[in-house]
Design a protein around this ligand. Structure first.
Ligand SMILES: [Zn+2]
Ligand SMILES: [Zn+2]
Length: 384
C-alpha cells in the first residue's frame, strides 16, 4: 500500500507542479491486435482496469489482454480471468523501468518499452499506447533510426531533427487517441533505449533544441540516406512546395557507401512500362532512342523531358530503384541504369552529415549546412 500511496502522491505532485504530459505513442496501430501479453518487467507495474487496482505485475508475472467480440476486454492476471473492461493500464512504479509487449494474435515480435501502457478496445481490435517522456522516446528513436557506431555530433544532429519532427507532427494521430505511431509513418521507435551512453548524452546535450524558421514554425526536417551529391526539390517527390527546403549541392556524400548504384533491366519490360502507362511515342525514332540513352546531370522531376509527362518518382517506384537520380544507357542487350544516392534526397543527407561529423564539424554547423533557412532555438515543451 505504501507504493500505491507514493504513486498517488507523485501524481498529485505532477498535476500541481508540472504542465508536462507524456507523449502518447501508438504501438503498431495498423495491426489488428486481439490477444496481447505484457511480461518480463524490469520492476513493478500497477495494473489498473477501468478504475480498480487489480494488482502488481512483477518481473516474474504476466498480464494477458484479450479483445472480446462485444468491444470490451478480458484480462488474465495472477491465474484469474476477469471480463468486460474498457481501459487497462500498466503504470510503472519507478521511472526508468521497462516492460515487454508481445502479441499472439496476430503474432508479433516481443519488444520492451519504458513508460506506462494503456490498452483500449476499438471496433475490431485492441489499441496499445505507450506513454513516455519526450527525451526517452527520442533516445529510442535514435537507436531505431540512427544505427550504431556514429560520431556524437551526428547523434546530436539526429536528436534535434527527431525532436523537431515529433513536435511538428504531434497531432498527426490525435483523431485516433494518440500523438504519434511508433512506425516509420511517423518515426521508428521500436524498443526501449539500450543504454548507449553516446546516444543518451546526445539527446540530453541538445535538450529542448529544435529547428524553426523566422516565423516560429518548426522546420520540415526530412532526411534520407544519401542525396547523391544534390538534395532534391520536395515538389519533385510530393508535388508540393515546402517552404525553406532549397535544393543544394552536397560535397560530403559523393564517396560514401550509398553514393552510387547500378541496375540492369530487361529492355522489353522497360519499353512496355512507358508505352502502356504513358503512351510513349516509340514510333518516333528520336524519342525512342532517348528511352535508352539519357544523361541526368542534375536532379529533375521528369524523365527525359517534362513534355513526356513521366515523373521520375513513378519509375523509381515501378522498378524499385534506390533513387530518382539516374542516367540510362544500353549495355549488353540490357538497359543499364547508373544512379546516385539512396532515398528521396529531400532535406538532410545522413551519409553527408555522418561524414561532416567525422571531419570535425559540430552539430550546429551540420544543421546549418542542410537547413540554411532555419535556426536552432530553445523551447520548453508542454510535453516533456
Ligand atoms: Zn504515424
Ligand atoms: Zn548528400
Amino acid at each position: 500500500m505504501l507504493r500505491i500511496a507514493l504513486l498517488f502522491a507523485l501524481g498529485v505532485y505532477f498535476a500541481f507542479f508540472s504542465n508536462a504530459q507524456p507523449l502518447r505513442i501508438g504501438i503498431a496501430p495498423a495491426k489488428k491486435f486481439t490477444r496481447i501479453k505484457f511480461s518480463n518487467a524490469s520492476g513493478d507495474y500497477f495494473i489498473v482496469a477501468d478504475t480498480s487496482l487489480i494488482g502488481i505485475l512483477n518481473p516474474t508475472s504476466s498480464l494477458e489482454v484479450i479483445f472480446d467480440e462485444k468491444g470490451k476486454m478480458d484480462l488474465i492476471f495472477a491465474g484469474a480471468r476477469r471480463k468486460g473492461f474498457n481501459k487497462i493500464k500498466a503504470i510503472t512504479a519507478v521511472l526508468g523501468q521497462s516492460l515487454e509487449f508481445s502479441s499472439s494474435l496476430p503474432l508479433n515480435k516481443a519488444r520492451s518499452f519504458e513508460g506506462d501502457f494503456e490498452i483500449t478496445s476499438l471496433n475490431d481490435r485492441l489499441l496499445v499506447v505507450n506513454e513516455v517522456d519526450l527525451e526517452t522516446y527520442l533516445e529510442g528513436v535514435l537507436e531505431s533510426e540512427g544505427g550504431e557506431g556514429q560520431q556524437k555530433e551526428y547523434y546530436k544532429v539526429q536528436a534535434v531533427i527527431s525532436r523537431t519532427f515529433a513536435q511538428k507532427v504531434i497531432n498527426k494521430h490525435a483523431h485516433e487517441g494518440f500523438n504519434l505511431c511508433n512506425q516509420e509513418h511517423c518515426q521508428a521507435y521500436l524498443h526501449k533505449r539500450n543504454g548507449s551512453s553516446m546516444i543518451d548524452s546526445a539527446v540530453s546535450q541538445t535538450r529542448n533544441q529544435v529547428l524553426k524558421n523566422e516565423g516560429d514554425a518548426y522546420a520540415p526536417t526530412f532526411f534520407s540516406a544519401n542525396c547523391g551529391g544534390e538534395t532534391c526539390d520536395p515538389s519533385f517527390i510530393w508535388n508540393e512546395e515546402i517552404q525553406g527546403l532549397i535544393p543544394m549541392l552536397d560535397t560530403f556524400c559523393t564517396r560514401t557507401k550509398q553514393a552510387t548504384w547500378v541496375k540492369r533491366i530487361d529492355p522489353t519490360e522497360w519499353k512496355t512500362f512507358f508505352v502502356e502507362k504513358y503512351s510513349f511515342p516509340v514510333d518516333d525514332s528520336v524519342s525512342y532512342q532517348l528511352l535508352f540513352e539519357s544523361n541526368l546531370e542534375h536532379r529533375k522531376a521528369f524523365f527525359i523531358h517534362p513534355r513526356y509527362g513521366i515523373p521520375l518518382r513513378d519509375i523509381r517506384e515501378k522498378f524499385d530503384l534506390k533513387s530518382t537520380f539516374f542516367s540510362v544507357r544500353f549495355d549488353n542487350n540490357q538497359v543499364l541504369l547508373s544512379g546516385r544516392g539512396y532515398g528521396h534526397g529531400v532535406g538532410l543527407c545522413q551519409e553527408g552529415a555522418m561524414n561532416m561529423a567525422r571531419k570535425g564539424y559540430d552539430y550546429t554547423q551540420i544543421l546549418g549546412y542542410y537547413f540554411p533557412s532555419f535556426h536552432l532555438v530553445f523551447t520548453s515543451f508542454e510535453r516533456y
